[in-house]
Design a protein around this ligand. Structure first.
Ligand SMILES: [Zn+2]
Length: 352
C-alpha cells in the first residue's frame, strides 16, 4: 500500500466537526445507519428489477422492450447508489449480515463486491484524487483527467468522446476490469493481500450466475440479436449514469488533484483533503437526492462514509457551518447541468 501520509493528523477542524455530528445523532436519538425508508427503497428497486426482467423475457421484443432496457439501466445504477454503496460502507443497516447482503447486490449486477470494497473504501476514500493511487481517476490512456497524467493527441477530443467511453464502463467492468484486478491482485498500486476461499468461490459463482441470468437465458428466449441490442442499451445507460455521478463529484474544475511532496506527504490534513477534492451538486433537488442515494452529497459522504446517505441533508448543514467557522472552502454546484458543464470544461482544460 502507498506510504502517503497527510499533514497534521490531530486537526481541530475535524475533531470539532465530528463532535458536532455526534451531538446531532445523540440529541435526536437516531442511529447513523439506514432506516425503514431506505430499506423500503431497496425493496422497491429490487422488485422493479425483477418485474422489468420478467417483462423483457415474456413480451415480444420491440420499442417497448427498449424502453424497459433503458429503465433497467437506470435501475441497475440506482441499486448501486442506494443499496450496494451503503452496504459496502456498513451504513445500510446496523446488522452486519444485512450490510453484507446489500453489498453483494453488486454481484447480482455482474461485478465483484469484494474487489469494489478495496477499490472504493480503501483506495478511493483514503487517497481521493491522488494520481497513481486513486484508481477512480485512472482512465489512462483514454482520458486525461489530472495534470500528472500523460498527454496524447486524441485527448483533444476527450470532451466529446467521454459520453461513449463512460457508456461502456459498466460492461468493461463486468467482463474485463474485475478479472484484470482479480488475476493481477492489484488495484492501481495497491496490492490485494489475500483472497479467501469463500471470496474466490463467490467471485466465480456470481459471475456464472450473472452470465446465466443476463446472457444465456435471455438469448435462449429472445434470440441473440434482440438480447445484444437490449443488453448494450441497459449496459450503456448504467455505465453512463454511474460514471457521470462519480465524475461530477471529483473531476470538475473546482476541485483539486493534490500532489504529494518528496516525503510522500500531502500538504492538507485528511478531512480538508477530502473537501478540497470533492464537490456536491444539486443537493436541493429532491428527486436527484433520492435517485443518487445521497451521492450528490459527496462531501459529507467522504467525511463520514459510515453514516447512511439518508441523513446527509441534515449533516450537510453541520458540515457547512463548521467549514465556515474554520474557513475551509466547501464547494457545491446548484444544478446537475452546472456540474456537467464544469466537468466538460475540466476535460477541455486538460486536452492541451
Ligand atoms: Zn463511498
Amino acid at each position: 500500500m502507498s506510504r502517503i501520509t497527510f499533514s497534521h493528523p490531530q486537526n481541530q477542524f475535524f475533531s470539532t466537526l465530528s463532535r458536532n455530528v455526534d451531538a446531532y445523532f445523540r440529541e435526536n436519538k437516531i442511529k447513523i445507519t439506514g432506516n425503514k425508508k431506505l430499506h423500503s427503497k431497496a425493496i422497491f428497486l429490487i422488485s422493479l428489477l425483477t418485474v422489468s426482467y420478467v417483462a423483457l423475457l415474456t413480451i415480444s421484443p420491440g420499442w417497448f422492450s427498449i424502453m424497459i432496457c433503458i429503465l433497467l439501466g437506470f435501475n441497475f445504477a440506482a441499486i448501486g447508489f442506494n443499496v450496494m454503496h451503503d452496504g459496502a460502507h456498513g451504513s445500510f443497516s446496523n446488522k452486519k449480515w444485512l450490510n453484507e447482503l446489500a453489498a453483494y447486490s453488486l454481484n447480482l449486477l455482474g461485478a465483484s463486491s469484494f474487489l469494489w470494497k478495496i477499490k472504493h473504501n480503501v483506495v478511493h476514500h483514503s487517497f481521493t484524487n491522488i494520481e497513481d493511487i486513486d484508481d477512480d481517476i485512472d482512465i489512462k490512456p483514454w482520458m486525461r483527467v489530472s495534470k500528472g497524467q500523460p498527454k496524447f493527441w486524441f485527448h483533444k477530443f476527450q470532451h466529446i468522446y467521454w459520453v461513449f467511453l463512460y457508456g461502456i464502463t459498466y460492461i468493461l467492468w463486468v467482463f474485463y476490469l474485475d478479472f484484470q484486478k482479480y488475476f493481477s491482485r492489484k488495484i492501481a498500486v495497491h496490492e490485494i493481500n489475500k483472497i479467501s476461499k469463500q471470496e474466490h468461490l463467490i467471485f466465480w459463482a456470481s459471475k456464472m450466475f450473472y452470465l446465466v441470468l443476463f446472457v444465456a437465458l435471455p438469448i435462449s428466449i429472445v434470440g441473440w440479436k434482440f438480447w445484444l441490442l437490449g443488453y448494450l442499451t441497459t449496459g450503456f445507460v448504467t455505465g453512463l449514469t454511474i460514471s457521470i455521478v462519480f465524475q461530477l463529484a471529483h473531476v470538475v474544475e473546482e476541485v483539486e488533484f493534490p500532489i504529494p511532496n518528496e516525503a510522500n506527504k500531502i500538504q492538507s490534513e485528511w478531512a480538508t483533503h477530502q473537501i478540497q477534492t470533492t464537490a456536491d451538486f444539486a443537493t436541493k433537488n429532491k428527486f436527484v437526492s433520492w435517485y443518487l442515494g445521497g451521492l450528490n452529497f459527496q462531501v459529507v459522504h467522504h467525511l463520514f462514509p459510515r453514516i447512511s446517505h439518508i441523513h446527509y441533508p441534515k449533516i450537510q448543514q453541520i458540515v457547512k457551518e463548521t467549514c465556515e467557522q474554520f474557513q475551509v472552502p466547501y464547494f457545491e454546484f446548484q444544478t446537475v447541468g452546472g456540474a456537467i458543464k464544469s466537468h466538460v470544461k475540466h476535460l477541455k482544460n486538460l486536452r492541451d
